[in-house]
Ligand binder design. Structure first.
Ligand code: PA5
Length: 433
């Protein structure tokens, strides 16, 4: 396993973890016995046991077809139906994936839609793709979510105008419920190829289903390896003993810190390509735990960029925060800093050192400073930023979230709060009953 969890700067004592052992065991039992609230949405827990290999094979064939024929894949979806795919695509691909020249790329550019209600965004997007070869993957479990539904109405027309009904039908793929919802109905009527979001997996836990796997596979990332990493994590993190399970140590640390007044968890990274992993993580934890007037507020910063903004707050602001640092030990690309005769920028002391080395020292220095500033720091370290570790990390965070939620005393698998804005918006829009 290429993931390690370090709590040596958490300010949590051994006995505090010991007090948690039993609660962890109970949460583990609730989750694995499927006796607790939300258990009908725990299909992600042992996905390897009921993974649909036939559908996966069909998905890989479709991804290849899209790779061979498209300049652009447009992924329409919001929340759990979009963030996981984007997180993995951005983490594992070239930093400027969409900017690689056409003759040098082996996969289409990937753009996202249906995750906002901006007419400007959509108009700009159509301007970019109007003369290009386009495939559309529309993703919605309920099939009724307003943002992707509105975007898809425009894309359906765009594709039909561009390719005719028959041509559009071949280039639109719907990922949705196996039998219910407007999107499923639309797909049936129009003959779109569909992929299934299993009934027992909720949106934010669905990245390892076709929701994430199809767009990720289109971008030429090895999804077999992602699944391998996730399934390995599934095995490793089944140990109910807190001290033998790093995933549970992370969950326990969060809850201990929360009980000590730390209301905000800040996920930090030192790699720009991880910024959407943070967005995915925020959705996972925010939507899972923020209930019944409880919950840790999940925030994120991208270092070292944000050390020049939020760094001040973290160092000296209100002490109601803790940090979880997502660190990559070894990257497959790097640059060595050169020597300059004049040394006007006074950087010759770094000549011969890599940029990653400087980044590593920035992390170590920041951690020391923040710990000195009374901010508990947890560290999740990945050996490498690769498919296997990304699969393991996804599972690590999903399981820790479920366990942490049960310890907190909420249902980590529902999201009743997100209905409120919809109700008001629909009323203001005059939606018929
Ligand atoms: O995690 C969740 O359940 C949500 O974030 C959903 O993924 C999001 O609201 C999109 O829902 P749907 O896939 O039904 O369009």
């Amino acid at each position: 396993m290429g993931i390690r969890f370090n709590h040596s700067n958490s300010f949590i004592t051994e006995h505090e973890y010991k007090y948690m052992e039993n609660q962890i065991r109970i949460a583990h039992k609730m989750l694995h016995d499927r006796t607790a609230q939300g258990s009908e949405f725990t299909g992600w827990l042992d996905l390897s046991l009921h993974f649909d290999h036939d559908e996966y094979h069909r998905l890989l064939m479709k991804a290849e077809e899209i790779r061979n024929n498209a300049d652009y894949l447009i992924v329409i979806g919001i929340g759990g139906s979009y963030l996981g795919a984007r997180a993995v695509i951005e983490a594992l691909n070239h930093s400027f994936y969409n900017l690689i020249e056409d003759d040098k790329r082996s996969a289409p550019k990937i753009l996202f839609a249906g995750n906002n209600l901006s007419g400007k965004y959509l108009s700009d997007l159509f301007e970019i793709i109007k003369d290009k070869e386009v495939y559309v993957n529309v993703i919605s479990k309920s099939g009724t979510t307003t943002e992707p539904a509105i975007a898809f109405r425009f894309f359906k027309k765009f594709m039909e105008d561009k390719y005719g009904k028959e041509g559009a039908k071949k280039r639109i793929i719907a990922t949705t419920d196996k039998s219910r919802g407007s999107l499923k109905e639309l797909a049936n009527i129009n003959g779109y190829e569909t992929f299934v979001i299993p009934d027992d997996i909720g949106g934010r836990y669905s990245v390892l289903t076709p929701v994430g796997l199809l767009p990720i596979a289109v971008s030429n990332i090895n999804t077999d390896e992602i699944l391998k990493g996730a399934f390995q994590a599934e095995e490793i993190y089944t140990n109910e003993n807190l001290f033998d399970n790093e995933c549970y140590m992370y969950a326990a640390s969060r809850q201990i810190l929360n009980r000590k007044g730390k209301d905000i968890e800040i996920l930090t990274n030192y790699e720009p390509s991880l910024s959407f992993v943070s967005e995915w993580w925020k959705q996972l934890y925010g939507e899972s735990e923020g209930k019944d007037k409880k919950g840790i507020y999940p925030a994120s910063v991208n270092f070292t960029t944000d050390l020049h903004s939020m760094g001040q707050w973290i160092q000296d602001g209100k002490r109601n925060i803790f940090e979880t640092n997502l660190i990559i030990k070894e990257l497959n690309k790097d640059l060595t800093i050169g020597y300059e005769d004049m040394d006007l920028d006074k950087l010759n002391y770094l000549s011969g050192k890599t940029v990653s080395y400087v980044n590593e020292k920035a992390f170590e220095g920041t951690l020391e400073a923040h710990v000195k500033g009374d901010v508990p720091n947890l560290v999740i370290e990945l050996d490498r930023l690769d498919e296997y570790n990304m699969g393991s990390l996804i599972y690590f965070f999903e399981k820790a979230c479920a366990i942490s939620g049960y310890i907190q005393g909420i249902n980590p698998f529902d999201q009743p709060g997100v209905e409120m804005y919809k109700k008001n918006m629909f009323k203001l829009l005059g939606k018929p009953e």
